[in-house]
Ligand binder design. Structure first.
Ligand SMILES: [Zn+2]
Length: 300
């Protein structure tokens, strides 16, 4: 391990009562972009980690649908276009499966919704609630429902779908014989690094990232995941830029080289005031020691 790479002081042995963690993204890349490193940590610790992708994502940065057709004289007629989208959706799903294998995630659920307009409608909420009753996750990782002001953005819609579904999962629903299930906590994906506030929808931001996970020891694993997402142009230079700009910025906020940030849905109760090992160490470092610690870069 390189000299300045963080030694993950909070790493723990396999828990006696493993957590069940479900990461839910609007599009195929989101789960890796936002929580790939965190998922890798929890898989290594022995927790169960699963993924759910709400839309097929064929329109999102796809090499054929959104790139080649952008400059074409004419797009194919409806039937041919629909068939092409199914084809591209399959390519994307395969990339997701490959990336999940790198993280050690075995259970992936594709809802296959059209990514044209993702709305928090009753059908998708009921379906997701049913998945929650089936999988019984303790923690949900997903989009922040107020992303981009929460008014038009598919990520925000996905976060809202998850919130509604988690509430419904806590109740019975005709047609689902599984008992109700309540999650312990929802960690929304951090804001402000991957997309800096730059539109009117970002003007009002009454929130901050209150949890930062040090992913430095698995940043290369996350990079390998992003490299799998060839169909949307992530592989290669973009993946590296993404890790440096987004995870690097979250890391800087947390005093580590690379981090993933989260916004807790609810305050957690403790017996003592919570102080992480990172906070203790950081408080005892000089300015130059902090800069040196932060400055490690993966080079692969
Ligand atoms: Zn997305």
């Amino acid at each position: 391990m390189p000299k300045n790479r963080s030694k993950s002081p909070a790493r723990k042995a396999v828990p006696a009562d493993p957590l069940r963690i479900l990461s839910i993204g609007a599009h195929p890349a989101d789960i890796f972009d936002q929580s790939g490193g965190t998922m890798a940590h929890h898989v290594s610790r022995g927790d169960w980690v699963g993924c759910c992708v709400l839309t097929h994502g064929a329109r999102v940065h796809d090499k054929v649908i959104s790139d080649e057709m952008f400059h074409a004289k004419q797009v194919p007629e409806a039937k041919r276009l629909e068939a092409l989208m199914v084809e591209r959706a399959d390519v994307k799903a395969e990339e997701v499966r490959r990336a999940c294998t790198i993280l050690g995630v075995k259970d992936v659920y594709f809802f296959g919704a059209d990514d044209a307009v993702l709305l928090p409608n009753e059908a998708v909420v009921r379906r997701l609630a049913s998945l929650f009753r089936e999988l019984r996750p303790d923690l949900l990782l997903t989009h922040f429902p107020m992303e981009a002001g929460g008014v038009w953005n598919p990520h925000a819609a996905a976060g809202q779908i998850v919130l509604l579904a988690s509430a419904l999962a806590g109740e019975v629903d005709p047609g689902d014989s599984r008992p109700p299930h309540r999650v312990m906590q929802i960690f929304f994906w951090g804001q402000g690094a991957g997309a800096l506030p730059h539109t009117v929808w970002d003007a009002h931001r009454p929130f901050y990232n209150d949890v930062i996970i040090d992913i430095t020891d698995v940043a290369d694993k996350k990079l390998a995941c992003l490299d799998c997402l060839v169909s949307q142009g992530y592989a290669g230079a973009y993946a590296r830029k993404r890790i440096e700009t987004s995870d690097g910025a979250f890391g800087l906020a947390g005093g580590v080289p690379y981090g993933e940030a989260f916004i807790s849905q609810a305050a957690q109760t403790h017996y003592y005031l919570p102080v992480s090992e990172y906070s203790r160490k950081r408080a005892r470092m000089s300015d130059h020691e902090r800069i040196q610690r932060y400055s490690f870069r993966i080079t692969s």
